[in-house]
Design a protein around this ligand. Structure first.
Ligand code: PGA
Length: 249
């Protein structure tokens, strides 16, 4: 049976001291969660927070990694560097990276390859923009994103992948997808995974929902059979809210 998960994505929020304070609160409160708990933090927090959370069920994720192994790429952080901090996960394919930093499916395929090669698990984000949803094109958009970056992985490699469906129109907007919209898309994604791999692998794949998921709507979203948890932005920045979402899973 697949793992349920609640993952936070701090984005570019919290300085080091604030991040340590939040991670400390989570460490104290999360002892035996019903689901896996991950926090995605800026690079500068990773080593400190991973050390702080040693032995805690709360795991740490980077929010990005480079599409090159090493070398003269000023300002970039490699998958190997992320791994060396004690982080276990990396979030890749987030719509903000695709939109503001022009990350393409091909670049993301390379990032995924390097992450897996370095022993990181990947939370891979996909999702359509508002115009695509309005044109009824959401299914073809997510299919192309999966085919372009991750469906070439072997079945063995796929075990390290968690999918996160994040409709771009729902991210940070307060326009959460309805539970029915989330369920419909998650069922479709599972069907695609079954076709590309097999039904058992699809059944074992964790698929998170992200996009204005908060302590008020999480339980209703997570109650859907194909919604295995959430990737949480804004509401992951406040311990009380994030803990309520973890409890809803
Ligand atoms: P949000 O962000 O919860 O603030 O909408 C979700 C995400 O981008 O992962």
């Amino acid at each position: 049976m697949r793992t349920k998960m609640v993952a936070g994505n701090w984005k570019m929020n919290k300085n080091l001291q604030e991040g340590v304070a939040l991670a400390t609160e989570l460490k104290q409160a999360v002892k035996d969660p019903k689901c896996a708990v991950v926090i995605g933090t800026p690079f500068i927090h990773l080593a400190t927070v991973a050390e702080l959370l040693k032995g805690s069920p709360v795991k740490v994720a980077a929010e990005n990694c480079a599409d090159h192994e090493k070398g003269a790429y000023t300002g970039e952080v490699s998958a190997e560097m992320v791994k060396s901090t004690g982080a276990e996960y990396v979030i890749l394919g987030h719509s903000e990276r695709r939109q503001y930093y022009a990350e393409t499916n091909e670049m993301l395929a390379e990032k995924v390859r390097l992450a897996l090669q370095n022993g990181l698990k990947v939370i891979f984000c996909i999702g359509e923009v508002k115009e695509e949803r309005e044109a009824g094109r959401q299914n073809e958009v997510v299919k192309a994103q999966l085919e372009g970056s991750v469906f070439g992985l072997s079945a063995e490699e796929w075990k390290q992948i968690t999918l996160a469906y994040e409709p771009v129109w729902a991210i940070g907007t307060g326009l959460t997808a309805t539970p029915a919209q989330a369920q419909e898309m998650h069922a479709y994604l599972r069907e695609l995974v079954a076709k590309n791999y097999n039904p058992q692998i699809a059944d074992d794949t964790t698929i998170l929902y992200g996009g204005s998921c908060n302590e008020k709507n999480a339980a209703e979203l997570f109650a859907n059979p194909d919604v295995d948890g959430g990737l949480i932005g804004g509401a992951s920045l406040v311990a009380e809210k994030f803990l309520a979402i973890i409890a809803a899973r």
